[in-house]
Design a protein around this ligand. Structure first.
Ligand code: HEM
Ligand SMILES: *[C@@H]1O[C@H](CO)[C@@H](O)[C@H](O)[C@H]1NC(C)=O
Ligand SMILES: *[C@@H]1O[C@H](CO)[C@@H](O)[C@H](O)[C@H]1NC(C)=O
Ligand SMILES: CC(=O)N[C@H]1CO[C@H](CO)[C@@H](O)[C@@H]1O
Length: 316
């Protein structure tokens, strides 16, 4: 009976072990200014370009969903060996130079101490706040990973249904309500025509006809595409503000991506969409919980991995 109890207790504790090794204020003694330094870099960039919130949020998502949140997304390809950055359609992830700038400042203040994976996490947290989103504490202590392969990238595509996308989130231990919440990040940022052009020109009648004709002007249609792959806002109304407007837009058939519009139509997710559209505070609280959880997916801690000196290359 005692053995059995210990076994049950271990079963309960083990899955939490890696999350427990991340702590709020991990750099409190080793690099007390770490969070302030990141904040300063993000603030400066944001003052010049409010769109960085979109770039950082998407970077954090793509990092965490491949190999865990370990900065594998930051590694540059080498001759004859490509990295995660170069996986097919994920080439439009942006904001790498913000991470470089923060890393440079941090290496000066406290060499080889603050991981690139934590820089992505903290920078995203600050950018969400600056754009009008929730303020939150986020645990740190992540270590940087030692692999980066394009073939490891298994992210949902923009043409996914809710259940297809959920299958990938489930593999990462994320639930439907968390997926619907995290997709609320599409309240900021851009999408390129190539990700939604197949919906245009009446091809997908779930799109508002006025939005459709506006987007045709920008993108053309699948049979007559525009020459350039231009981009538009994912949230067509309050494009630069981190609010719950995204949910209101998709309830009005103004989702740009197929997956976004599906959230408002699929019977499994539409109830949550309505409740987030009606209540900004409940969206923001739910978002904090979900993004902190996303930030703990398969993290490396303790002696695992390394603290990269340059976020774009492995130390050895
Ligand atoms: C089913 C899941 C998801 C799909 C299929 C998806 C798909 C996409 C696509 C196709 C784009 C356009 C990229 C471009 O044209 O450059 C995009 C942008 C974006 N995504 Fe997602 N996404 C998903 C989940 C998420 C999550 C979980 C987050 C963050 C928590 C996120 C944050 C963003 C942001 C902020 C942008 C704007 C990027 C920018 O401004 O450069 N997405 N997403
Ligand atoms: C290069 O190849 C190895 C596997 O052979 C892999 O582990 C590594 O992460 C790859 N990527 C880069 C950019 O070095
Ligand atoms: C756009 O957002 C503003 C501010 O939240 C809101 O008052 C307005 O109704 C929205 N307009 C449309 C067309 O969605
Ligand atoms: C969101 C997105 O575009 N994901 C793509 C990333 O790259 C992989 C591999 O090329 C695609 O399968 C995903 O659709």
């Amino acid at each position: 009976m005692v053995k059995f109890t210990i076994f049950v207790v271990l079963l309960l504790i083990l899955p939490l072990a890696s999350m427990a090794d991340l702590t709020v204020g991990f750099y409190g003694t080793s690099c007390p200014k770490a969070e302030a330094i990141v904040r300063q870099v993000v603030q400066k960039r944001f003052n010049g370009d409010k769109s960085i919130t979109g770039g950082l949020l998407r970077m954090h998502f793509h990092d965490c969903f491949v190999h865990g949140c370990d900065a594998s997304i930051l590694i540059d390809s080498k001759k004859g060996n490509q990295s995660e950055k170069d996986a097919g359609a994920n080439g439009t992830v942006r904001g790498f130079e913000i991470i470089d700038e923060a890393k440079k400042a941090l290496e000066k203040a406290c060499p080889s101490t603050v991981s690139c994976a934590d820089i992505i996490t903290l920078a995203t947290r600050d950018a969400v706040d600056l754009a009008g989103g929730p303020k939150y504490s986020v645990p740190t202590g992540r270590r940087d990973g030692l692999v980066s392969n394009p073939s490891d990238v298994n992210l949902p595509g923009p043409g996914s249904t809710v259940s297809q996308a959920l299958r990938i989130f489930t593999l990462k231990g994320m639930f439907l309500n968390e997926m619907v919440t995290l997709l609320g990040a599409h309240t900021v940022g851009f999408a390129h025509c190539s990700f939604f052009r197949n919906r245009l020109g009446g091809a997908d009648t779930t799109m508002d006809p006025t939005l459709d004709s506006n987007l045709v002007k920008l993108c053309g249609t699948q049979s007559k595409p525009s020459k350039k792959d231009l981009r538009t806002f994912l949230d067509q109304n309050t494009s630069m503000v981190f609010d719950n407007q995204f949910y209101k837009q998709i309830l009005n058939k103004k989702g740009v991506l197929f997956i976004d519009q599906q959230l408002a139509l699929d019977s499994s997710s539409k109830g949550l969409v309505s409740s987030f559209a009606a209540n900004r505070a409940s969206f923001q609280q739910s978002f904090v919980n979900a993004i902190v959880k996303m930030g703990s997916i398969d993290v490396k801690v303790g002696n695992e991995g390394e603290i990269r000196r340059n976020c774009r290359v492995f130390n050895r």
